[in-house]
Structures are given as structure tokens and as C-alpha cells.
Design a binder for this molecule. Structure first.
Ligand SMILES: [Zn+2]
Length: 257
């Protein structure tokens, strides 16, 4: 566009501005009148205790609201959530930022086996509850975003941390996603850490033992059906890492006692 082409627009704009500003002045005057009328009315109310200039924030003058009963102090009663599930298991609600994808989750079939895993990421040394909760949430997110459309939820039913705490993962009423082609009736227990590169703590092994024994007893699973991930036929994985694998091979003959 040439420079000359701008001139008429500027002139038009200026004259429009003049007429607009004249209209605005008239409008503003009437707003002022309305505003004055409002302040006059307010001034007649007794004890107006709101700051001036904030009328729009105040729902009604005191004189009118004085006899309105106060709103109830609390909402509907909700049963408090237990701090721990049976067996001292920390509920999923303490760490998970989202529930499972209900469109894509299967019910658990009768439990026949238990499988032990490690997390397998870079070594994890933290014992703090908050850091542990965040790490488990990261695992859940990674599983939800896994290749091929992701899993419906974190793949494991339980997670054992470095302090030996036992965390609920996927609820046991749902089939897990932790051993390819062998998830039916298979409880997945994962120990946080990478046991190709680090060693489980004694507390972590005690927590693992406790949970394996609890699941063996609950579902009548014999020690011959307690596996590590790499022991499943067709599995091609280092999971649960050499140090945890060695431990399971020592503990299993004694039924993790
Ligand atoms: Zn595994």
C-alpha cells in the first residue's frame, strides 16, 4: 500500500474519534450520574463497612443480609481414608495423580503366580516418602505413555521402596501389565531401583519378603510359582537385575521365610 493511501483513513479515523469521544463523554456523564445515584443510596445505609470504591465486590448492604443464616461450615460427610491398607500397604491415593483408564483395563483372574521385578531406570537411592511417591508416579506416567498406546495404569500391583515400605500400585482387582503374554492371574511386585547397577537394601528385601509371603498366603500360590520377570518363558529382559535375581534364588527355596 502506498503512503498516500493512508491519509484518508487517518482523517476518517480522527473525525470518527471526535464523534466517538463526544458520544463517550455523554455516556460517561450518564455513568457518572448513575454512579452518583448509587453512592447517594449507599450513603443512606447505616454502618456501611466495606471499603469505598469496591461496591461491585459486596453482594448486598448489611441491613438486608443481617438475618440471612450463615452457610454450613462443612460439606457432606466423607469417611476419612485409612492411612494404610491391610498389611501396612500405602494406598495408591497417596501417590497417584490419576486413576486407571477404565476403558482399557481387565478384571483380575484367579491368582496363580507372583512375579518380581525391578524398576530398571537409573539407580534410585532415595528413602524419603515424597521422593518415593513422585518416582512411582513417574513410573505410572511412563506406563500410561508406553509404546503401542500405553497401559491402562501402572503395570505392577505393588511397589517396594528403599525403606521397605509397600505401596499399592494397580488395584488387585485388575489384571496387571508386567510380563508380556503372562499377565493373567499374575501379581506383579516391583522393587524401586536398578539391580543390575545397585543392591537392594536389607529393608527393601524385608518388605519384598513380607509382600511375597502375604500374596502366597492370600492366594495359595506355591513357591514354585513365584517367578522373577526373566524366568518367564519367552521373556527377554535383565529384570529384576543380577543382585535381586541372586537374592530371589536364595530366598525362594525357603519360601521367602
Ligand atoms: Zn520386569
Amino acid at each position: 500500500m502506498s503512503e498516500s493511501a493512508h491519509d484518508p483513513i487517518e482523517i476518517t479515523t480522527r473525525s470518527t474519534w471526535l464523534s466517538v469521544s463526544r458520544r463517550s463523554f455523554l455516556a460517561a456523564s450518564s455513568i457518572l450520574l448513575v454512579g452518583c445515584a448509587t453512592s447517594t443510596e449507599t450513603a443512606e445505609l447505616p454502618d456501611a463497612d466495606f471499603p469505598s470504591g469496591r461496591y461491585d465486590d459486596v453482594p448486598a448492604p448489611r441491613r438486608i443480609t443481617r438475618n440471612v443464616p450463615p452457610p454450613p461450615k462443612s460439606g457432606p460427610t466423607v469417611a476419612p481414608e485409612p492411612a494404610f491398607l491391610p498389611g501396612g500397604v500405602i494406598p495408591r491415593s497417596k501417590w497417584a495423580k490419576s486413576g486407571p483408564d477404565m476403558k482399557d483395563i481387565n478384571p483380575m483372574l484367579p491368582v496363580k503366580s507372583i512375579t518380581i521385578h525391578h524398576e530398571g531406570w537409573e539407580p534410585f537411592m532415595a528413602v524419603d516418602v515424597g521422593e518415593t511417591a513422585s518416582r512411582i508416579e513417574q513410573v505410572r506416567v511412563a506406563h500410561r505413555n508406553a509404546k503401542g498406546g500405553g497401559y491402562a495404569d501402572i503395570g505392577y500391583h505393588f511397589i517396594i521402596d528403599r525403606e521397605g515400605r509397600i505401596w499399592e500400585g494397580r488395584n488387585l482387582k485388575y489384571q496387571g501389565a508386567h510380563v508380556k503374554n503372562h499377565n493373567e492371574g499374575n501379581v506383579g511386585i516391583m522393587c524401586l531401583g536398578n539391580f543390575e547397577e545397585q543392591t537392594p537394601t536389607p529393608k527393601q528385601l524385608a518388605g519384598l519378603n513380607k509382600q511375597v509371603r502375604a500374596m502366597m498366603a492370600k492366594y495359595n500360590v506355591p513357591k514354585s510359582r513365584v517367578y522373577t520377570h526373566q524366568e518367564w518363558r519367552g521373556a527377554s529382559t535383565l529384570c529384576p537385575g543380577r543382585t535381586l535375581q541372586a537374592y530371589v534364588e536364595r530366598a525362594r527355596p525357603k519360601s521367602f521365610a
